[in-house]
Design a protein around this ligand. Structure first.
Ligand SMILES: Cc1cc2nc3c(=O)[nH]c(=O)nc-3n(C[C@H](O)[C@H](O)[C@H](O)COP(=O)(O)O)c2cc1C
Length: 198
C-alpha cells in the first residue's frame, strides 16, 4: 500500500494531530455509535509500532446494558476505597454517570509477552502508541473521548475477564459530542529538544 505524502495530506495529518482533544462524557450526546466505528478504531490501534512484534494492546468494549454494571463497579470501588469522611455525593454521581453518558467504554489493556522478550515499559509504550491511533481515528470522525486512569484500573481485571498476563491501563470513554473543541495547551516544542550536531 502506498502513502500520499503530498503537502495537502501532510497538512491534514498535522491538523488532525493538533486538534485532537480530550472530550469528557459531560459533553456527550445520546447519539448511538456504530460498531463499525469501534472496529475501525481498534483496527487503527492494531497498526501501532511494537518491538519484536509482541502487539501487547488488548481492548475490552463495554456497551449497552453492560455500561450500567460497569458504573456500579466504579461506584462500589469508589465507596470501598474512599474514607467515609472524604466521600462526596457529587463525586459518586460523577463516577456513576461517566459510563452511562458514554456510548461505549473501551478498556485499554496490555498483555505481557509470555516470553518477556522486551522490557515491560516497551509494552506500555506500544499500548500508548496504539491509543493515539485509536484516538486520532475517533477525532477524524468528529467524535470525542478521553483516556481515564483512575485507581480502579488495578481492580477491574475480574470485571473485564482479563487473564493474569493482562492488565488494564485505562478506560477510553467514547461518544458523539456537540461542544466546540478547546484550544490545546502545550509548552513550545523547542523547549523539549536538544540538537547534537558535532
Ligand atoms: C496515559 C494517560 C492517562 C490519562 N488519565 C487521565 C485521567 O485519569 N483523567 C483525566 O481527566 N485525563 C486523563 N488523561 C488525559 C489528559 O489529561 C489529557 O490528554 C491532557 O490534559 C491533554 O489534553 P488533550 O488530550 O485535550 O490534548 C490521560 C492521558 C493519558 C495519555
Amino acid at each position: 500500500m502506498n502513502f500520499d505524502s503530498g503537502k495537502e495530506s501532510n497538512d491534514r495529518l498535522e491538523q488532525l494531530i493538533r486538534t485532537r482533544r480530550s472530550v469528557f462524557p459531560k459533553s456527550f450526546t445520546e447519539e448511538p455509535i456504530d460498531d463499525s466505528l469501534i472496529e475501525e478504531m481498534i483496527a487503527a490501534a492494531n497498526w501501532a509500532p511494537t518491538h519484536r512484534l509482541t502487539q501487547p494492546w488488548r481492548f475490552v468494549v463495554i456497551q449497552g446494558e453492560a455500561r450500567k454494571r460497569f458504573a456500579e463497579f466504579l461506584l462500589a470501588y469508589y465507596d470501598e476505597n474512599t474514607p467515609e469522611a472524604d466521600r462526596s455525593e457529587m463525586k459518586r454521581k460523577k463516577t456513576y454517570d461517566k459510563p452511562i453518558r458514554s456510548q461505549a467504554i473501551i478498556a485499554i489493556c496490555m498483555r505481557r509477552d509470555p516470553k518477556q522478550s522486551v522490557p515491560e515499559w516497551e509494552e506500555v509504550a506500544s499500548v500508548g502508541a496504539a491509543v493515539q491511533n485509536l484516538w486520532l481515528t475517533v477525532h477524524a470522525h468528529g467524535l470525542g473521548g478521553y483516556w481515564s486512569s483512575p485507581g480502579s484500573i488495578h481492580a477491574v481485571g475480574p470485571f473485564l475477564g482479563l487473564e493474569d498476563d493482562t492488565r488494564c491501563l485505562g478506560y477510553f470513554y467514547l461518544g458523539h459530542h456537540d461542544q466546540p473543541l478547546k484550544e490545546g495547551v502545550r509548552d513550545p516544542w523547542q523547549e523539549k529538544v536538544k540538537w547534537i550536531k558535532k
